[in-house]
Design a protein around this ligand. Structure first.
Ligand code: GLN
Length: 314
């Protein structure tokens, strides 16, 4: 069912504006530089959005700036694959446990005989892409694109500059893709999968898109703006489990301690938090901490969680 957005409470608008003001002058962290394009995105950009399950929302800052979705894409590809194969297959072929290592760790793969452990490290994300039932790279991509568009409620596009930058510098991910194949966890051609994965990371989204994509998860799998179901209701909890345990890589525990919500970050500077049944929070600020998570994005989410009493642990 399509909701008619109501007006957001003034305390929500105030909290979003306050979060922006408080943290805008925080200059900690650094843009990702291993993907050359990302190093050049203006570091001062900062946007915060919150959207409730009725579609009402409040935003502040650079919420219309299009940035690379990067690892947050892994959430939405997972949604599609869960709809195709179901949670049991996903758990046995990939898993739902932290690796305790950085998102692009080869050591983690070696330690677990090639099992990626979760779909949010690069290895697990590529294994997830390989599970999509498709005979060609184009068909694989079409599934991904249709899913992202349904979540966002509009047609998203790939930032070709990001894609080219990343495709020219993704030798490490290509290595991971071949390793996965050698261990039997890659279910399509490794180079096709790595390329489709690189393309999904290069999709351009705004903070407004991200919060819309996230609120569909808060809303039981239905995008409240279009009224369309974008993932089966039974697959929402598995997605939120993965976000709870693995959303911010090897510092997910720190995040959960402070924010108390399932989250997901990307090296493009985006970050998403989901409050089941209530709302989603999205933030965008390019400088990252050492684990690869937006510094200001985490602070904004923590502030909103605390101020609006959104933590699942309270
Ligand atoms: N495209 C990036 C990579 O594969 C995504 C990583 C991320 O956002 N953590 O390295």
């Amino acid at each position: 069912m399509k909701h008619t957005p109501t007006t957001v409470d003034s305390n929500v608008i105030q909290a979003v504006n306050e979060a922006l003001q408080r943290f805008a002058s925080n200059h900690h962290g650094k843009n990702a530089s291993y993907i050359p394009y990302l190093a050049d995105v203006p570091s001062h950009l900062f946007g915060i959005s919150i959207m409730f399950c009725d579609g009402s929302h409040a935003e502040a800052g650079d919420t219309g700036y299009a940035f690379a979705i990067e690892s947050i894409s892994k959430v939405f590809t997972l949604a599609h694959v869960l709809d195709e194969v179901g949670p049991q297959a996903l758990r046995s072929k990939i898993g739902c446990d932290p690796t305790g290592e950085p998102f692009n760790s080869v050591v983690a793969l070696e330690l677990h005989k090639g099992r990626p452990l979760n779909p949010f490290v690069n290895a697990g994300a590529m294994a997830t892409v390989s599970l999509i039932r498709a005979d060609t790279a184009q068909a694989r991509w079409d599934h991904i694109q249709a899913t992202y568009n349904a979540f966002a409620g509009r047609d998203l596009t790939v930032n070709e500059e990001v894609y080219t930058s990343e495709a020219n510098s993704n030798q490490h991910n290509r290595g991971i893709a071949w390793l996965l194949q050698s261990y039997g966890y890659m279910h399509a051609h490794p180079m096709e999968v790595c390329d489709v994965y690189t393309r999904q990371c290069s999709v351009a989204i705004t903070c407004h898109d991200l919060v819309t994509m996230g609120v569909a998860l808060a809303n039981g799998g239905v995008n409240p703006l279009t009224g369309k179901r974008v993932v089966a209701a039974k697959n929402v909890a598995p997605i939120l489990s993965e976000m709870t345990l693995n959303g911010l890589y090897d510092t997910t525990g720190d995040w959960y301690y402070k924010v108390g919500l399932p989250g997901k970050s990307g090296v493009g500077g985006g970050i998403l938090a989901v409050v089941p049944g209530v709302c989603a929070i999205a933030a965008f600020a390019p400088p990252l901490d050492v684990a690869g998570n937006s510094v200001r994005g985490q602070l904004a989410a923590e502030y909103l969680s605390r101020t609006l009493n959104l933590s699942l642990l309270h």
